[in-house]
Each structure stands twice: as C-alpha cells, then as structure tokens.
Design a protein. Sequence first.
Length: 301
Amino acid sequence: MNTTFSISEVYKTAWDYTKKNIVFLLVSTFVFFVLSVILSNITKDGGIFGIFGIVSIYLYVIFHIGLINMGIIISKGNIPDIDNFKIDWLIFWRFVLAGIITLFFVILGTIVFIIPGIIIAVRLSLTSFLIIDRKYSFWSAIKESYKITKGHSFSIFGLCVLNFIVAIVALIPSGLGLILATPFFGIVYVVMSQRVLSMKKQELSKEVTPAPAVSGKASQVPLVVETQAEIEAEKEEIIKGVKEIGEKYKVSDEPEFLKKTEPIEKPKTEEVEKIEIETEKVADEETNNDLEEEEWDKEDF
C-alpha cells in the first residue's frame, strides 16, 4: 500500500485539468503578467512601499488566491470564471498573515542551517490550500499543514524540484512558457494538497490493528476507530431524545383507533326524513297494488 502520493499521477491529473480549461487559464495569466510588468516599471522609483508597490503586492496575492480557487473549482469538474478572483477579505488577510509567518519560520530555519529551512517550507506547504479551501484561520492552517504533511515531505520536495525544472524550461522561449506553466503549477499544488488530505483521512479512518491471538485463539478485542468516542456520544444523544419523546407522548397498549366502538348514527336532516317518508309511502302503495292484483287473479280463476 502506498504511504504517500504519486508525483507522476499528480502531474498527469493536473495536466488533464489544464488542457480542458487552457483558454481561460492562458488569458487570465496573460492579463496578470501584463499588469505585473506595468506595475513593476512604475514602482522602480517609488519602491515597494509606494502606492504602486502596494498595489503590486495586492495584485500578486489576489492572483495567487484566485489561482488556487481555479484549481479547486476545476478539480471538482466545474468551469472557472472571473468570479474566482473576487475578494474575500477574511481569506485575503489570513493568506497574507500565514505567508508572513511561514516566511519568518523558513528564514529562521535557513539561518540556523539550510536544511531546516527547506523542511519547514515543505511541512507548511499546505497552509494556503487549507485557508482557501477549508476556511482555516491562518494559525490553524499552519499547525494543520505541519501535522498532515508528515510522511509526505520527500514527495512534496520532489514535486517542488520538478516544478523548478519545468519553470526553467518554460523560461527558454523568452519566458512565454510561464504563461502556461504558472496556472499549471497552481493546479499541481491543488491536486497535491487534495491527495495528501485524502491519504490523511484514510489513515484516520483506519481501524486499529487487533491484538495478536493468545493460546491459538483469535483476539476478541473490538476494532476501534479514532472517532469512536464521538460516534458513541451521538448514539447516546439520539437514544436519550427518543426516550424523552416516548415519555412525553405516552399512549395506552391498545391505540384508541383500534378499540371497538359502537357505530355513531349521524343526525338526520329534515330533507332526509322527508325522503324516507316518501319512500315508505311508495313502497306501501306498491305492496297494496300487488295484493289487489293477486285478489283479481283469484276471482278470475
């Protein structure tokens, strides 16, 4: 059984998604590149803290949030559109704060020694995805990313190295290859994140291995899952609720509607009584006529 995701499978899946939506991805990335070039030329004199420098940073963040959003939407079989770049200020500031804190830890690890910085960058790589897709707070996303990437560090690092090689190749034709490579890398990131989360979910849902057999008999220790306590608590709540409803609406052993009752006669209206009287009169007249006919027949006989 695989303990981590397949880099080749992630790349193949991401490329399939990219091909299906290539026009929109190329257009949106091209627009971003054009705006970035314009703003970078304007900010040469004003610096990064000038008005255009701030706009440039803002544009960068919005584009990357939108890129991950597009990847998530495409992975679900939907078609991306311009709405993916709409601003959600809560996610925006979580993304920025998480980026600053992550960068701080990476720089700190790099100063101590290069390898710790690389490890921290890899372990915190899912932070952005958790903020955008799962709506985590910035600190919860950082902690969760560090936890769920355990056991996947080498695969994530290998994927980053492969992306770097592809980016170098994409730079060869005057950098135009990056217009396609950039959204492709965004989708690769989304697919990778989904694979890591899916495998983590499978690990959590696995049953604990039963204790080894003793004296040749199979162990009778019940299998337990991590969320068993929560499941049992929900069961208790349901049973308690059912009992309360039963006590509140307690009925006799035999429901009232099954008990034998005498038929209830409906009160007769005046019209009904008149009809019955007329019917009786008609019936009496017919009986008398029959008797007279019988007497006549006897006399004739």
